[in-house]
Design a protein around this ligand. Structure first.
Ligand code: GDP
Length: 378
């Protein structure tokens, strides 16, 4: 992990390339040597640096992050709490009925039949092997099974791909249909990268929607990002090509967040355009884009699977960002999307402010959906 700017949040490492600016980073960054002897930088979140301050910032961050995950999943959790009643009545003799009830509860929060079936098959096997004897055992096994799906099937959700060439910024291409929360997510991502010490450039690649560029500009102003100076009325491919050119020439941009259209005359037009944008970026810099993040509206539940498939097939999606989880009881769809798409969910949106973006952590997420205290109550 050489020449990378590291941001250690929630005790996991997220990294991106900021080495070109490393000599300019102020005292709020901790510089140390990586295992390969290269300089890496950990950002403490502002102000003069001290190790105890860093620890305390991260601790607070961890707690507030978890609080947001808790509040952002309240509707799904409320529905799933019925599971505690089912498990409270656990009797081996009623296994079939219990498993049916559990499956129904999972389906009620949009787990999806395939994924719910897979989870329950695992539970049945564990019961048959004598590894589940009580309702509490069953809850623990359910949680483990779900975490395994999220971790194994989706790759490593806690890693963001970065440029490994210090002269080349990390390019993140953001795709998704209109209304899903794409612009808001770019704003939130810009804030996230900024908090980790990065200089961000936004690219107004949605030339179809008249107000898109102004909306993006507002988020750039809010989060201290700059906008690429793309000439008006140019095609999205050209806008992106020129933006990459500009960012490389500037020499101090760490991250490019490239917006794209979310609606065109037909879906086919949209896919063609997005493929074109991706190849224009690649033409200017073959290692880009480092991430293709698909923004999906969490309130659409399982319906998002079709969208995910279509975008996934055509564009090589590297990660998913699920928005609006705070407003829905369909949070189980997160697990189905990972299970079926084998693409990691990298972030979830749990509100409308720039702080409301959570790095997706399977363990915290599953803990938030199935809290332990309630198991004891049951
Ligand atoms: P776009 O058309 O895909 O760019 O979508 P926008 O970013 O304009 O978002 C559409 C609406 O969804 C706006 O009202 C946003 O404030 C709202 N929104 C976006 N993300 C979230 C989220 O995580 N939670 C909630 N509650 N609202 C969100």
């Amino acid at each position: 992990m050489n020449n990378k700017n590291k941001n250690n949040l929630n005790n996991k490492e997220y990294s991106f390339n900021a080495s070109r600016r490393s000599n300019k980073l102020n005292q709020s960054s901790l510089t140390c040597l990586s295992s390969r002897g290269k300089r890496v930088i950990m950002h403490s979140g502002g102000g003069g640096f001290s190790l105890s301050k860093l620890t305390s910032v991260l601790k607070k961050k961890t707690q507030s992050d978890f609080d947001r995950v808790i509040s952002g999943t309240s509707k799904t959790r409320e529905k799933l709490s019925y599971m505690d009643e089912i498990l409270g009545l656990w009797r081996l003799e009623d296994l079939d009925d219990t498993l049916d009830d559990l499956e129904e509860t999972l389906l009620s929060v949009d787990f999806g039949p395939k994924t719910a079936g897979k989870v329950l098959d695992t539970i049945r096997e564990l019961v048959e092997d004598g590894k589940i004897k009580t309702g509490e055992d069953c809850k623990r096994a359910l949680k483990e099974t779900i975490v395994n799906i999220l971790v194994n099937d989706g790759g490593d959700p806690t890693k963001m791909n970065v440029s490994d060439d210090e002269k080349i910024p990390t390019c993140v291409l953001i795709i998704g249909v209109n209304g899903g929360g794409k612009t808001t997510t770019i704003g939130k991502l810009s804030n996230w990268y900024k908090n980790a010490g990065a200089k961000v450039m936004m690219v107004p690649g949605d030339t179809f929607r008249a107000a898109a560029a102004e909306q993006l500009q507002t988020w750039a102003d809010r989060t201290g990002a700059i906008m690429s100076k793309s000439p008006p009325n140019t095609k999205p491919g050209a806008v992106s090509y020129k933006a990459v050119d500009e960012a490389i020439a500037m020499g101090d941009i760490d991250v490019i967040l490239a917006d794209t259209s979310g609606r065109l005359h037909t879906n086919l037009d949209l896919m063609d355009e997005l493929v074109g944008v991706k190849s224009s970026i690649k033409k200017r810099e073959p290692s880009m884009p480092h991430e293709v993040l698909l923004v999906l509206d969490g309130t659409t539940g399982l319906n998002m699977l079709n969208q995910a498939r279509e975008f996934g097939q055509q564009l090589g999606v590297t990660g998913i960002i699920l928005t609006k989880l705070d407003g829905t009881a369909r949070g189980g769809a997160v697990i189905s999307v990972v299970d079926e798409m084998k693409i990691p969910v990298k972030f979830v949106g749990v509100g409308e402010t720039m702080e409301d973006l959570q790095v997706f952590e399977p363990l915290s997420f599953v803990d938030a959906l199935f809290p332990e205290e309630e198991a004891g109550d049951a």
